[in-house]
Ligand binder design. Structure first.
Ligand code: ADP
Ligand code: MG
Length: 237
């Protein structure tokens, strides 16, 4: 579905991505993990086209999308929920979703508001509340729901559980599983390695702007060396 071939990009004079090779197959949940500052967010931005690739090729559903900006990639079904979530604080949950349902992509996976309210029970309850009244977890769910009503086929999530209480992390994980079960492909960036390993079918480890390791969650759980070296956490405890 998505393929990155030797993708390089950066900011100003600074090259961040040194040549990323990765792919995501339809229906998969793929996690991209790595220490702070290695280029995870930059990878998602480069796929979306808000950061321009310097070299390499990005292919989406067989089409070369390397040169496309965010308007065109979103129209093809690529959606990014950024770390900052960027919901409209002054609009209600329902209005946030209505706004997202204009434009976007006419994909098969495009969801409507009834589907969202059926799937995200707490958004249903908070339907008339303003964005600013929502908790961090509810804002994250609204941001994900917005990408789905915009027609994301490939949903890219940047640190969806960041800053959330453990109980709310579990809720967001359930939502990601529901999204996957609905047939939407997920590319997940996570600092929380346990969350990444629990959700993903396949994991890429990014270090200094390159993929240094690819594994299944089972393989990574058994590979304390790699996990300690590149992620700075240990499963031994
Ligand atoms: N808008 C930006 N302008 C300049 N440098 C940036 C910008 N965003 C990120 N960087 C730098 O690019 C590198 C990778 O950042 P990022 O992709 O955000 O890492 P990660 O998401 O893995 O923590 C870091 O050194 C960061 O300081
Ligand atoms: Mg980041």
């Amino acid at each position: 579905m998505l393929e990155l071939d030797d993708v390089q990009s950066g900011y100003g004079e600074t090259r961040v991505l040194q040549g990323v090779d990765a792919h995501v197959d339809e229906g998969e949940v793929v996690a991209l993990v790595g220490r702070n500052g290695v280029g995870k967010t930059t990878t998602l931005r480069t796929i979306l086209g808000s950061v321009e690739p310097w070299a390499g090729t990005i292919t989406y559903r067989g089409e070369d999308v390397t040169e496309l900006g965010p308007v065109d990639t979103v129209q093809r079904g690529i959606g990014l929920v950024p770390e900052e979530r960027r919901i409209f604080p002054g609009l209600s949950v329902e209005e946030n979703l209505e706004l997202a349902s204009y434009g976007g992509a006419d994909t098969e996976n495009r969801r409507d508001l009834p589907w969202v309210f059926d799937t995200f029970q707490n958004l249903q309850e908070r339907r008339q509340n303003r964005g600013s009244d929502l908790s961090g977890g509810e804002q994250q769910m609204l941001a994900i729901a917005r990408a789905l009503v915009s027609g994301a086929d490939l949903l890219m999530l940047d640190e969806p559980t960041e800053g959330l209480a453990p109980m709310i992390v579990d809720r967001v994980m359930e939502v990601v599983k529901d999204v996957r079960d609905a047939g939407i492909t997920v590319l997940l960036v996570e600092q929380n390695v346990r969350v990444a390993l629990d959700l993903a079918d396949r994991v890429y480890v990014l270090a200094h702007g390159e993929i240094v390791h690819e594994a299944t969650p089972e393989e990574l759980r058994a590979d304390d060396d790699t996990v300690e070296r590149y992620l700075g956490v240990s499963f031994a405890d």
